[in-house]
Ligand binder design. Structure first.
Ligand code: OAD
Length: 265
């Protein structure tokens, strides 16, 4: 595991120059510089809103209004937020690599807003609701409680389309994420504490398949002993360093290379 900054950055750059398929595996920390609170640590959402009150199926059964209020607040946070240089750089990687996938634990939609297209949302999406009776999923932009608007098809109670504690992830989303990460040349593990399963195990699986893994975080995490390289600092800053030592400039623009070769020939 390489953590010394200059050597680690050089290693990551060298690998990026050779990579064809990259995956960004992100957590709440990637959106922190966009103004969205993370979950753990001081100031984390789970300190002020205990998980068992707002993020379990039992909590919703007990008090759907309280749970909806929590997620409507998350929607308002997300609406105020803009993608930061980390989201934007990752979206730009689509032009630089033959494949760039995003596997995110986040529900805020900022990867999509930045322009990423290949996205797997492991924990759902803030802007979708699901009927508790007929399971219909619909896009929903509401920002205020509308007396728990019922399903327009069956009249059932709508819930946030979020994977809560004690629930299973969508098997297709999980399988696609695992395949992308196993098949990648490099996986970037960005802004996650790595303590929530099965998400964290996707990184372990990729590592077991000899994928080169790079962590970007403020400090050590549960995945630090697993990854090949850890770069410590704010991920938006690491991606956007204007002195050219950021990660953004390090990959050759394959499309442009191809085009200029074609123009020359
Ligand atoms: P956490 O809140 O557990 O961890 C956020 C991580 O981001 C921490 O390791 C911070 O050190 C790091 N961090 C904060 N700001 C950063 C920055 N600017 N640059 C780089 N790193 C930064 O959030 P997650 O790991 O995403 O699930 O949590 C995983 C899941 O647990 C979430 O998807 C959520 C939560 O319960 C559900 O709600 C289902």
């Amino acid at each position: 595991m390489e953590t010394e900054t200059a050597a680690a950055l050089k290693l990551v750059r060298d690998r990026l120059l050779r990579a064809r398929k990259v995956v960004a595996f992100s957590g709440a920390g990637i959106s922190e510089e966009s103004g969205i609170p993370t979950f753990r640590g001081s100031g984390g959402l789970w300190n002020s809103h205990p998980i068992e009150e707002v993020a379990t199926p039992q909590a919703f059964q007990r008090n759907p209004k309280l749970v909806w209020d929590f997620y409507l607040e998350r929607r308002r946070d997300a609406l105020r937020a803009k993608p930061n240089p980390a989201h934007v750089a990752i979206a730009g990687w689509q032009e630089r690599f033959s494949f760039c996938g995003v596997v995110t634990q986040n529900v805020d939609g900022l990867h999509r807003a930045a322009g990423s297209r290949n996205i797997q949302e492991l924990h759902g999406n803030l802007w979708q609701s699901r009927c508790t009776q007929c399971e219909r999923v619909s896009e929903d932009r509401a920002l205020e409680a509308r007396d728990l608007a019922p399903c327009t098809d069956c009249g059932g109670l709508m819930r946030p389309h979020i994977v809560w504690f004690g629930e299973s992830l969508d098997p297709e989303v999980l399988a696609t994420s695992a395949r992308w990460m196993r098949d990648a040349d490099m996986v970037f593990v960005i802004g996650t504490s790595g303590v929530v399963e099965p998400a964290a195990s996707l990184v372990r699986d990729a590592k077991r398949c000899a994928v080169f893994t790079v962590e970007l975080n403020l400090s050590k995490t549960a995945l630090t002993p697993v990854v090949d390289v850890s770069l410590f600092g704010k991920c938006g800053v690491i991606f956007s360093r204007a002195d050219g030592s950021g990660l953004l400039e390090q990959a050759p623009n394959r499309r442009r290379t191809k085009l200029s070769r074609w123009l020359r020939d």
